[in-house]
Write a protein that binds this ligand. Structure first.
Ligand code: HGY
Ligand code: MN
Ligand code: MN
Ligand code: MN
Length: 398
């Protein structure tokens, strides 16, 4: 059994460690990380939401808990660092702390399903830790008709016990998430690290055009009620809406066509819609504009337009005390930092409803994410570990 992973090895490793949860068994991921956890004296376990939690014991059993980590899942064609890098950094921090006694437990957490790709529901693992997992989510069906309940049970977990994954907020000092910036702001500055100010609000919708199927060869072009043509008109309008305000983002990333046959006029098209902005009013206005456009297009083309799902997450601000302590830790290490918002969602979002949260961004060469070219500088990773080590000592001294 390999005794200790070096961080360099693990920052090369993530490409093979990262797996999209609920599709590829996390067992392999957990085994690799748990081996490292045990090698550095942590006690790894997996909760019934599929989160990997490795505890570094405090000096006393009833001590409070500091949570640190990120998610282990990824997106199709994703990179090697989004999420898992934060779990590796937390492990490396524990390795760097050695036997240093701390007045709090340090729980290194690898959350199961943050991206929400399979069931269009993000933050499943972190929602469970925050005690906010909704039982009705278990009935959601994926593209293969598999219910979430069965997918989770298929990994040997007990979906009926997910509520037991919740932490008692009275016992939690806070949550720290190290994460790639996933954008271009820090790159080209003298700041290898960023202190996140807030995570922008996000609306996730599923919308649908319903027209009429027909024979591709015998149905005249005039009078067709082709759901894909109407959907394509809305896709262009959504891009225009996304461009209508600074820092607004509007994305249609998934299109499902029924019956999806080359010689049949598309009867039904379901679209995902992802809208984000730091100001909730701007985001909500953009969503309303997109839905109004969808209705207008459907009416003019003689189709039906339905909103199948419309879930919104308001913008989330980081805890000022924990963020200030991160900034002080970096200053103590004579590291320049920048304060910046996050356009990406993170597990800190649901956790912020229950615990103080703060995020540390690492400079992201090229700034491209949810893409195989995701990169990180090993030197910046080493700086992040040093700053987090100082953070832990400053927190312990409080
Ligand atoms: O979609 C996001 O913002 C994140 O990657 N879950
Ligand atoms: Mn992501
Ligand atoms: Mn992420
Ligand atoms: Mn995220």
């Amino acid at each position: 059994m390999q005794r200790c992973y070096t961080l360099a090895q693990l920052t090369e490793e993530p490409g093979r460690i990262t797996r999209r949860y609920l599709t590829a068994p996390l067992a392999e991921v957990h085994q690799r990380l748990a081996a490292w956890s045990e090698a550095i004296g942590l006690e790894p376990r997996v909760d019934d939401a599929g989160n990997l939690i490795a505890r570094r014991q405090a000096t006393s059993a009833d001590a409070p808990i500091l949570l640190m980590g990120s998610h282990l899942d990824s997106v199709p064609g994703g990179g090697a660092y989004d999420g898992v890098l934060g779990v590796l950094i937390a492990h490396a921090l524990c390795q760097a702390l050695g036997q240093t006694p701390l007045p709090f437990h340090l729980d290194v957490v690898g959350f199961s399903e943050e991206e929400g790709v399979r069931y269009n529901k993000p933050y499943l693992g972190s929602a469970a830790i925050a005690g906010m997992f909704q039982t009705e989510w278990l009935e959601r069906i994926d593209g293969q008709g598999i219910a979430m309940r069965d997918a989770i049970a298929g990994f040997g977990l007990d979906p009926t016990r997910i509520a037991s994954a919740a932490y008692d907020p009275d016992q939690v000092i806070g949550y720290i998430e190290p994460h790639l910036e996933q954008g271009p702001v820090l790159e080209g500055t003298d700041a290898p690290l960023g202190i996140v100010t807030c995570i922008v609000g996000q609306s996730r919708l599923r919308i649908e055009f319903v027209g009429e199927a027909g024979h591709a060869g015998t149905t005249p072009m005039k009078g067709r009620r082709d759901a894909l043509v109407s959907a394509s008109r809305l896709i262009r309008r959504v891009r225009a809406i996304g461009r209508s305000a600074d820092d607004l983002r509007a994305t249609i990333g998934r299109v499902e066509i029924t019956p999806n046959a080359p010689n049949v006029i598309p009867e039904r098209v379901t679209l995902s819609l992802d809208v984000r902005h730091a100001e909730d009013a701007v985001r909500e206005e953009a969503v309303a504009a997109a839905l109004a456009e969808g209705k207008r297009i459907a009416d003019s083309d003689g189709l039906q337009f339905h909103v199948l799902e419309n879930s919104a997450q308001k913008a989330v601000c980081m805890d000022p005390q924990l963020s200030e302590l991160l900034a002080r830790s970096a200053a103590e290490a004579q590291i320049t930092t920048r304060h910046l918002p996050s356009g990406a969602g993170h597990d800190a979002v649901p956790l912020s409803a229950r615990f103080p949260v703060a995020m540390l961004f690492l400079r992201h060469p090229g700034g491209i994410s949810h893409h195989p070219d995701e990169r990180v500088e090993a030197g910046d990773v080493a700086i992040a570990i040093d700053v987090l080590t100082r953070f832990v000592h400053l927190l312990a001294a409080q």
